[in-house]
Design a binder for this molecule. Sequence first.
Ligand SMILES: Nc1ncnc2c1ncn2[C@@H]1O[C@H](COP(=O)(O)OP(=O)(O)OP(=O)(O)O)[C@@H](O)[C@H]1O
Length: 258
Amino acid sequence: MTSTVAAPARPVLRVRGLSWAVGGAHIVSDVGFDVAEGEFVAVIGPNGAGKTSLFNLISGLTRPTGGTIELDGLDITHAPPHRRARQGLGRTFQSSSVFPALTVAENVRLAAAAHRGTCLRIWRRAESDRAAWLATAEALERVGLAHRARETAGSLSHGDKRKLEIAILLATDPRLILLDEPMAGVGVADVPALTEVIRSVHREQGRTVLMVEHHMDVLLGLADRVAVMHHGSLLALDAPDAVMADPVVQEAYLGEAL
Ligand SMILES: Nc1ncnc2c1ncn2[C@@H]1O[C@H](COP(=O)(O)OP(=O)(O)OP(=O)(O)O)[C@@H](O)[C@H]1O
C-alpha cells in the first residue's frame, strides 16, 4: 500500500511512491508526502531509517528505483542535481561543505554568482555582479555573519559554518530548502542561535523547509509537521504533538529518546 498523506493546497514538493533499493535492500520504500508552500516539515527517525537517503533522492544524488518527485508541479524525478538547484531546490549536508580558504563573503558570492550565471556583455555583467553582492550582503545579514564577511570561512566555529552554509543557500533564492541535520556536530551553546536563524528563514522570509533532525527539542516550535521514517517507510506525518503521542512512533523509537 502506498503511504500517502492528504495533499496540502499548493505543494512546493510532491513525492509519490518514492523507492530506492540497492543490492536487494529496500532503503526507501513507497514514500509519499507533500510539502506546502511556506511549510516547515521535519523528518525524524531512528538511525538508519532512510532519512538521508530520502534527501539524496529528492536532491538528485541518488536515482530512485520507483516513484516520482515534483517541484512546483514540475516532474524532476530524473533531473540531475544542478537542474534541480536551478529550479529552486537548495540543500545542506550533514558534514560541512564551505571553502575554508575563501572568505565568508566569497563563499556566499560564489553561490550567488553561479545562480545568476555569467553574462558576456560587460554592462550586464556589472549588473549581475552587483545583484550577486547584494544577495550576499542580504544572506549574511540574515544569518548574523555580516560582521565576519572578510574572515576566512575556515576560521569560523562549527556553528557559524552551519550558518554560512545556510547563507550560501539563501543567496540562490531557493523555493525549497533541505537541511540535513544542521545541528550535527554543533556545540550545545551554538544550538539556540542556529535554531533562531532557521526559524527566521522560515517565519520571516516565508521559505519552505524540509529538515532532518534527530532532536525533538529543536523541532518543537519550528516544524509545522513531523514526518517519521522507519525502516525506509513513512510511519507517520502529523503535527509535532500528535507524532510524539503516537504509540506506533514510540514503538519505533523503543530504546531511543524521542
Ligand atoms: N549506497 C548505499 N548502499 C547500501 N546501503 C546503503 C547505502 N546508503 C545507505 N545505505 C543504508 O541505508 C540505510 C539508511 O541509511 P540513511 O543514511 O539514509 O539513514 P538515516 O536515517 O539518514 O541514518 P542516520 O540517522 O544514522 O544518518 C542504512 O542501513 C544504510 O546503511
